[in-house]
Structures are given as C-alpha cells and as structure tokens.
Design a binder for this molecule. Structure first.
Ligand SMILES: CC(C)(COP(=O)(O)OP(=O)(O)OC[C@H]1O[C@@H](n2cnc3c(N)ncnc32)[C@H](O)[C@@H]1OP(=O)(O)O)[C@@H](O)C(=O)NCCC(=O)NCCS
Length: 283
C-alpha cells in the first residue's frame, strides 16, 4: 500500500501509542513523559522527553506545568519537547514555561515508487558496513561533526566537546544494533562516509508496513562536495526499496543546506518542520 507523504503526522500518532507502552512512562493522558535512556547515558544527566498526541491548537500550558512538577519529583535534570513549527500554541506554551528552542528541523520523505535519478560515476565504492568498520566509523563521525550545529550544540548547558561526542556514540549504538542497515563509502580502503538506516518499529511494521527511516549520515571533511552523501543516500533508498519499504522519512537541521540539496535533487519532498525545546530543571 503506497502512502501519501501528506500522512506523515498520522505516523506520529502511531509512534505516540507505541511510546505509551514503554515501561517507564509517566502517563498524562494525551501527554507522556518518558526517560530517554540513551540520552541520559550519553549526557550523564537524567533526560525526559515529553511526547503528546494532540491536534494543533490543543497544547495546554497547564498540562506542561503539571508534567514539569512531576519531572522535578522524579529527579529529571533535562526535559525535551519537540513540536511542529506551525503549532503556535505549543511553541508559545513552551516558551512561556521557560523552555528554550535548541533546534529547528525539516522532515523530508521519499516515495520509493518514484524512479530515482541516476548518479554520476565515482572513484569511491559504497557497500554495507562490516563490524570491523566500527572504529574508523567512530573516528570519522567525531571528525565530520566537529563543526556541527545541532540540538546538543545549541544548548549552552552542554559542553561543546560532549555535543560533538554524541555522534560517535550514535555510531557505536548503531553498530551495536540500533541501526538496521549501515552503508559506508570507501576509496582505496579508507572510509570516507557513512549512512545509517532503520526499518519501521514493530508497531509501524504492523500498521504502516512501508515506512522506514534515515537516521544519520556524514562524510569526511576532506571528501565533502564530491557526491558521497548523494551516493550513500541513493544506495540506502535502493536497499530499503528492495526490502519492500515504500516511504522513507529523513529529518535534518533546518540549516543543513547540503543535506537538503541532496534530498531535493534525488526526489525527496519536505513533509513537515519541527522545533525542539530544552528545559533544565537543576542547572
Ligand atoms: C551533509 C554532508 C553529509 C553532505 O555530504 P557531501 O558528500 O558533501 O554531499 P554531496 O557532495 O553528495 O552533496 C552536497 C550538496 O550540497 C552542496 N553543498 C555542500 N556544502 C554546501 C554549503 N556549505 N552550502 C551550500 N551547499 C553546499 C553541494 O554543492 C551539493 O549540492 P549540488 O549537488 O546541488 O551541488 C556533509 O557535509 C557532512 O558530513 N556534514 C557534517 C555532518 C552532517 O551534517 N550530517 C548530516 C546530518 S542529518
């Protein structure tokens, strides 16, 4: 069943239902507060994400206040909440409650039914990663993201060295099972770039069997602007298409022009935009 890209928000409702089944959920009806164990470990503080299932204009400052009070009692250090940029009430409520905006992202989707544009010939080779690639992939992530400007970098309570380090941890977790597919680009035995892909979650596979996710991609700073990310992205799309996936969702920072140029060139379409907020409860 091919889905329209317009149904991206519909997928989010399934995601919310799945999250509510998590063990450590604090359930507030249409809101849920859940510890993000990976971020807690990586940032060495207790991080809680606020999720919600609401239509635009239904976000409530009072509910936010109630969740924040509970989060203090539960010893959370940092609260994170991602909302749609177009949801004026949600954005206003978060700002009024003292949250700071640390990231604005674009969400693109790719409809695999479309015939992809072909790539120019290249001197590098794209293949699936092997366990032995992990060390080089980790070092490459640290190098490639050294001048990045993502969510963790924008928060003045997170040291820049720790923010950079998050991407290396992301790679480690991906090799440890978080990723379903990892692709690498290499030339003469040297790793030049990597892209990480995930199949739909169990719930998504049951309800929306065609949905898969781009998770992360990066290229060596010395090898940028040579079409490596384009090749990794096209190869990832083809791999997922062969596995029967129809729609691939890919987020990126609103300021990440290279990623968006590649997406647009290869037929991805903007589907939505989100803003992410942080509130520190102890600093
Ligand atoms: C984003 C990134 C993966 C792109 O990799 P890449 O191999 O250089 O990408 P490609 O060469 O395939 O294509 C990049 C496109 O962006 C353009 N581009 C590159 N740098 C640019 C810049 N600073 N400003 C505007 N456009 C830029 C290129 O010209 C090309 O577009 P074109 O084909 O229309 O000419 C790489 O820059 C990177 O690793 N950045 C740091 C990590 C990161 O941001 N990862 C993505 C997280 S979602």
């Amino acid at each position: 069943m091919a889905r329209s890209c317009d149904s991206y928000r519909e997928w989010q409702t399934y995601y919310f239902e799945e999250l509510r089944q998590a063990e450590s959920v604090f359930d507030f009806g249409n809101y849920a507060l859940i510890e993000n164990a990976w971020e807690s470990r990586t940032l060495a503080v207790k991080v809680g994400h606020i999720h919600y299932l609401l239509k635009e204009g239904e976000f409530s400052f009072d509910s936010l206040h109630q969740i924040t009070e509970r989060a203090v009692l539960e010893s959370f250090d940092l609260l994170v909440c991602k909302v749609y940029c177009s949801d004026v009430l949600a954005n206003r409520s978060l700002i009024a409650a003292g949250f700071s905006c640390v990231d604005t992202s674009m969400i693109y989707t790719h409809d695999c039914v479309q015939v992809g544009r072909s790539l120019p010939s290249a001197s590098f080779n794209v293949r699936e990663a092997e366990p032995d690639d992990q060390g080089a992939a980790f070092s490459l992530a640290e190098q490639s993201f050294s001048a990045h400007f993502g969510r963790f970098h924008q928060d003045p309570n997170i040291e820049l060295t720790r923010a950079h380090g998050i991407y290396g941890q992301w790679v480690r977790s991906s090799f440890a099972g978080y990723a379903d597919k990892i692709l690498v680009a290499e030339e003469a035995g040297t790793l030049l770039g990597l892209s990480i892909w995930r199949y739909g979650s169990k719930l998504e596979q049951r309800l929306l069997p065609g949905l898969a996710h781009y998770s992360l991609g990066f290229v060596s700073t010395q090898a940028m602007r040579n079409g490596i990310f384009s090749a990794l992205t096209q190869a990832g799309v083809q791999l997922l298409q062969q596995k029967g996936y129809r729609i691939i969702e890919g987020p990126t920072h609103a300021g990440n022009i290279p990623v968006q140029r590649v997406y647009v060139k290869y037929g991805w379409k903007p589907a939505d935009a989100t803003a992410t907020y942080h509130l520190w409860l102890k600093k």
